[in-house]
Design a protein around this ligand. Structure first.
Ligand SMILES: [Zn+2]
Length: 305
C-alpha cells in the first residue's frame, strides 16, 4: 500500500471511476469516421461524424479549425491526406471553443505540424491550463485535456491572414469565455468566378446543464457577464449574412443529411441560410427559457428568506 493515506487512495479510485465514466460517455459519433467532404474550392470537412474539423487550404499553407479529442488528430490527418494535402503544410491551428471535445488534440497537432496556435482571448487561458482554469471544469467537472501552447491571442473581429486566406474571428462567448465563430468568403466549384458565399462556422451556443446564468442566493453565476455574453452572441450571429451554415458539431447544421445530399448535389448542399437563422433563434429561445427559470428560482429563494 506504499503508505498512502486511505482518503488519498479513495480519492484516486473515485477519480479513476469518474474519468472512465467520462470516456464511456463519449458519444460514438464523436469518433466514428466521416469521409472528408469538399465544402468549397478551398474549404474541406475533415472531422468525424459529429466533431467538426475544417481544413482551409491556401497558397502559403493551410489552416486547421479544431483538433477535437485527444485521439482525433490521427483521424483528421487521414482525412487531410486522403484529400491529397500534406499534414505538415498546416501552418495555423484555430478552434471553436475551449472544451475538451474540440481542443484536446491541439498539443499533438502542434507537435506534428509545427503550426502556430491562435486562440480568442477568454479561451487562451483554458487551453494553456488544459481546462483547469475553466469555470465549466470547476463547476461541472468537465474533463481536463492536454494543455497546449498559445502563440497569439485574438480579439473580436480580428482577421487571421495566411497567404491568400482571410478568416474573421467573432467572439461569440457564453458557452465558453472565448467561444469563437469563424467566417470566410468562399467560392464554389463550377460557379461563376465573381460569385462568393459567406461560410459561417458557429462556435457553440448551448447552455450546459450546470451553467448558472445569474447570481442566486449562495451561488454565483458561472462567470460574471455570462448572460450578457450569450445575448451579445445571439445578436452577433443574427447579424451575419450566412449562406454556408457550418459549426463545431455536425448536429448543429445537419451534417449527416447534407453530406448524403452533397454526393449528388456537390458543395451547394451546404448552402442553408434559413437553417442557420432557425438554429440561432432556437438557441436564443433555449437560453431565455433557462435564464427565466433561474431568475424565477432566485425570486422564489428571495421570497422564502
Ligand atoms: Zn462545449
Amino acid at each position: 500500500m506504499c503508505g498512502m493515506a486511505r482518503p488519498a487512495l479513495w480519492l484516486m479510485i473515485f477519480m479513476f471511476i469518474a474519468r472512465s465514466a467520462i470516456a464511456a460517455d463519449t458519444p460514438p459519433e464523436w469518433t466514428a469516421p466521416q469521409a472528408p467532404l469538399r465544402l468549397a474550392d478551398n474549404l474541406y470537412y475533415v472531422g468525424s461524424q459529429d466533431l467538426a474539423a475544417y481544413l482551409v487550404t491556401g497558397s502559403a499553407g493551410h489552416i486547421l479549425i479544431n483538433a477535437n479529442l485527444e485521439q482525433s488528430p490521427a483521424q483528421i490527418r487521414a482525412s487531410v491526406e486522403a484529400l491529397g494535402f500534406t499534414w505538415r503544410d498546416i501552418r495555423i491551428v484555430l478552434n471553436s471553443q475551449a472544451h475538451a471535445d474540440h481542443v484536446a488534440g491541439i498539443a499533438r497537432v502542434l507537435a506534428e505540424t509545427g503550426a502556430r496556435d491562435l486562440v480568442m482571448v477568454g479561451d487562451a487561458e483554458a487551453i494553456r491550463t488544459g481546462g483547469r482554469s475553466d469555470f465549466a471544469h470547476l463547476s461541472d467537472a468537465l474533463p481536463l485535456f492536454p494543455a497546449a501552447r498559445v502563440d497569439q491571442e485574438l480579439r473580436d473581429g480580428e482577421v487571421v491572414k495566411l497567404g491568400d486566406l482571410e478568416l474573421t474571428a467573432h467572439r461569440t462567448a457564453g458557452h465558453t469565455r472565448g467561444c469563437t465563430t469563424w467566417t470566410l468568403s468562399v467560392h464554389l466549384p463550377g460557379e461563376a468566378a465573381d460569385v462568393h458565399h459567406l461560410a459561417v462556422i458557429v462556435g457553440g451556443v448551448s447552455v450546459l446543464p450546470h451553467y448558472r446564468l445569474l447570481d442566486t442566493p449562495g451561488r454565483h453565476a458561472s462567470y460574471p457577464q455570462i448572460a450578457q455574453d450569450y445575448r451579445a452572441t445571439f445578436q452577433a450571429l443574427r447579424a451575419l449574412p450566412c449562406e454556408i451554415f457550418l459549426g463545431a458539431h455536425g448536429v448543429y447544421f445537419g451534417l449527416a443529411a447534407k453530406a448524403a445530399r452533397s454526393a449528388s448535389a456537390g458543395p451547394s448542399a451546404f448552402i442553408d441560410p434559413q437553417g442557420y437563422r432557425d438554429f440561432v433563434e432556437a438557441a436564443a429561445r433555449d437560453f431565455e427559457r433557462i435564464y427565466a427559470r433561474q431568475a424565477a428560482e432566485k425570486k422564489g429563494a428571495a421570497v422564502e428568506m
